[in-house]
Design a protein around this ligand. Structure first.
Ligand code: PMV
Length: 327
């Protein structure tokens, strides 16, 4: 069988994280500077460790993720392991009972547990490459829906924004349970991403917000409503070709996220550093509690803001132009 490879980009949430889980709109864009890539190749004789659960049909599939030091056969991984779950979802969808002897290898440059859609991108890349390898490339709608099922195993109550934006690779205005709406991005704008280096599983952050919401629903719903307003205003500004005016909305969204309890000192430090070095606005992006933040900048200030983020402790800084045609 010929080898197949496929990829999916990372993503950043510009507005609306957490509130999106509760039905408010959010805006997210792909971040093509970082990507997950999956390769599926036929095994040569002797690749599969002999004798190990050889009777299990899943033992013919080798799973490799060198970035996390993983090499195992599929039968040896728990079915809810994120990589196994993505592979098994494809086998189930395509009714593959006896998988061919193959290796699924995954590489990713997307920082993990950092609010940049790493898990969803890995799932999508695997599903694309594996379904093509099996002769039935799945359409994007199905890939996104299957990746959502995998997200559920780890996040509990994902909104679906991550799988949508990384599958379709375009800017989205997203409302949970509704078809995704493409965002008309006529005027590109510059974003600098700062990664704290603190990996925080999104599921834990979402669960924490849920506990606090249950303890004080009125207060949290007011915060989520306010975030929704911000996302709606941001959409209007983007579609009215006034993205530079998004800065104050980012600052307001960050203040609301702090009240929701998902910022942290390291994120606050990067947000402050971005603002005081000339950013138009800044906020955390994704689950929070660590992970990444974003700053809106004028092109001429991008390098200064990037240096300030590094000086303030960012372990990685990525500059991107939103609205430029994504690869
Ligand atoms: O941390 P990420 O990149 O998985 O983003 C999660 C966004 C949340 O709104 C916090 C959760 C969700 O499912 O929408």
């Amino acid at each position: 069988m010929p080898a197949y490879s496929a990829s999916a980009p990372g993503k950043i949430i510009l507005f609306g994280e957490h509130a999106v889980v509760y039905g408010q709109p959010a805006i997210a864009v792909p971040l093509s500077q970082v990507r997950a890539r999956a390769y599926v190749t036929a095994n040569r004789a002797g690749t599969v460790p002999a004798g190990k659960k050889a009777s299990d049909p899943l033992s013919s599939v080798v799973v490799e993720a060198p970035d996390i030091g993983l090499r195992a056969d599929l039968a040896g991984l728990p079915p809810d392991h994120p990589l196994a779950a993505a592979i098994l979802a494809v086998f189930e969808r395509l009714q593959v009972v006896q998988p061919p002897s193959c290796t699924v290898r995954v590489r990713s440059s997307i920082p993990r547990s950092s609010g940049m859609g790493s898990g969803a991108a890995v799932s999508v890349a695997i599903m694309r490459a594996l379904s093509a390898y099996l002769g039935h490339p799945l359409p994007p709608e199905e890939i996104s829906a299957l990746a959502y099922e995998v997200e559920k195993i780890h996040h509990g109550t994902p909104s679906g924004i991550d799988n949508s934006v990384v599958t379709f690779g375009k800017a989205v205005y997203f409302v949970r349970g509704q078809p995704i709406q493409a965002l008309k991005l006529l005027v590109p704008f510059h974003i600098v991403v700062g990664v704290t280096g603190i990996a925080t599983p999104t599921g834990e952050m979402v669960a924490g917000v849920r506990r606090r919401w249950q303890a004080d629903p009125a207060a949290y719903e007011a915060l989520f409503d306010a975030v929704g307003q911000v996302a709606r205003q941001a959409r209007r500004l983007i579609e009215d070709s006034a993205p530079e005016a998004l800065g104050p909305l980012m600052d307001h969204n960050q203040a609301l996220l702090s009240q929701v309890g998902v910022s942290c000192p390291e994120l606050d430090r990067l947000v402050d550093a971005a603002r005081s070095s000339g950013a138009l606005g800044a906020k955390l992006s994704g689950g929070g509690g660590g992970g990444a933040m974003i700053a809106l900048v004028r092109e001429q200030e991008a390098a200064r803001v990037a240096s300030a983020l590094q000086a303030a402790g960012a372990v990685r800084v990525i500059q991107t132009m939103v609205g430029k045609r994504q690869k």
